[in-house]
Design a protein around this ligand. Structure first.
Ligand SMILES: CC(C)(COP(=O)(O)OP(=O)(O)OC[C@H]1O[C@@H](n2cnc3c(N)ncnc32)[C@H](O)[C@@H]1OP(=O)(O)O)[C@@H](O)C(=O)NCCC(=O)NCCS
Length: 234
C-alpha cells in the first residue's frame, strides 16, 4: 500500500492527529484572524492556507468543519449574530465570503468545490449552497443589493434582500452571477457568464442574461471520461 495514502488515512481517521496537523498547517492563517473575541470560531481539523478571517461585531459564528481545504480565501463578518457554516470535505479557493448586518448567513454543503468568487449575504438573509456543487472561477452570489432603492412617490424601499438557494449537485460555470431571491434546483448547470435572477429548473442547462433554459433532462459528472454504461452519441 502507498505510504503517503496510509499516513493520510491514519490522520483523517484520528481526530487528535487531524487537529494537530491542521493546526500546524493553518497556523499562519490563524495568526491573521482579526476581532475573534466575542465571536465563535470553530475551525479545528480544517486546512487553511493564505486565508484571512476578520470579524467586526459580536455573537457571530464561523464553523469550518474538519477536512475542509481553504486556499487564499477571505472571510469577513461585519455585524452581529451572523453565521458562516462550511460542511466537511469542501475545497474553496480564491473565495471571499462576506456576511454583514444582523443574522445574515452563508451555508456551504458537504463536498462542494469553488474555484473562486464572492459570496455576500446581507440584511439577515441566507445563501444556502447544497452538497456536491461545483462552481468555477469568478462566481458571484449575493442575496441583497448592498444599497437601497426607494419608490420616489411612496418613499417605500423596493429592493429588500431575499434568500438564495442553490440545491445539491449544481454546476455554476465561469463568471456566473446569482442574484437575490434565486433558486437553482438540483442537478442543474448554469452556463458560463450567465446571470440568474429567478428559478433554474432541475437537471437543466440555463444560459444567457437573464439566464433562460437551453437544455433539459441532462445529468452531469465531474469526470470527463464517461462510464461504460452510458452510450456515446455524436
Ligand atoms: C453549460 C455548458 C457546459 C453547456 O454545454 P453544451 O451542453 O454542450 O451546450 P451547447 O454548446 O450545445 O449550447 C446549447 C445552447 O446554449 C447556448 N449557450 C451555451 N452556453 C452559453 C452561454 N454561456 N451563454 C449563452 N448561450 C449559451 C448555445 O449557443 C446553444 O444555443 P442554440 O441551441 O440556440 O444553438 C457550456 O455552455 C458552458 O458554459 N461551458 C463552460 C463551463 C465552465 O465554465 N467550465 C469551467 C470549469 S467548471
Amino acid at each position: 500500500m502507498n505510504f503517503k495514502k496510509t499516513i493520510k488515512e491514519i490522520v483523517i481517521n484520528n481526530h487528535f492527529f487531524l487537529s494537530i496537523i491542521s493546526l500546524i498547517y493553518s497556523l499562519p492563517s490563524r495568526l491573521r484572524i482579526k476581532g475573534w473575541c466575542k465571536n465563535d470560531i470553530l475551525i479545528n481539523g480544517a486546512f487553511l492556507k493564505q486565508t484571512k478571517i476578520e470579524f467586526k461585531g459580536k455573537n457571530n459564528i464561523l464553523l469550518i468543519a474538519p477536512e475542509n481545504r481553504l486556499t487564499n480565501c477571505k472571510i469577513r463578518i461585519i455585524g452581529n449574530n451572523c453565521k458562516i457554516k462550511i460542511e466537511k470535505h469542501c475545497k474553496l479557493t480564491n473565495l471571499e465570503l462576506w456576511a454583514e448586518d444582523d443574522k445574515s448567513e452563508i451555508k456551504i454543503g458537504f463536498r462542494t468545490t469553488i474555484e473562486g468568487g464572492h459570496l455576500a449575504s446581507t440584511e439577515g438573509h441566507l445563501i444556502k449552497i447544497g452538497a456536491d456543487c461545483m462552481f468555477s472561477h469568478a462566481v458571484i452570489i449575493r442575496n441583497g443589493d448592498s444599497h437601497s432603492i426607494f419608490n420616489e412617490l411612496t418613499n417605500q424601499r423596493i429592493n429588500f434582500a431575499q434568500d438564495v438557494h442553490i440545491c445539491n449537485h449544481v454546476w455554476l460555470g465561469e463568471g456566473v452571477k446569482v442574484l437575490k431571491g434565486s433558486m437553482v434546483e438540483e442537478g442543474a448547470i448554469v452556463a458560463t457568464g450567465a446571470i440568474v435572477s429567478g428559478k433554474v429548473d432541475k437537471n437543466s442547462i440555463f444560459a444567457g442574461i437573464p439566464a433562460k433554459i437551453v437544455k433539459d433532462n441532462i445529468r452531469w459528472r465531474r469526470e470527463r471520461k464517461m462510464p461504460d454504461d452510458i452510450t456515446h452519441t455524436i
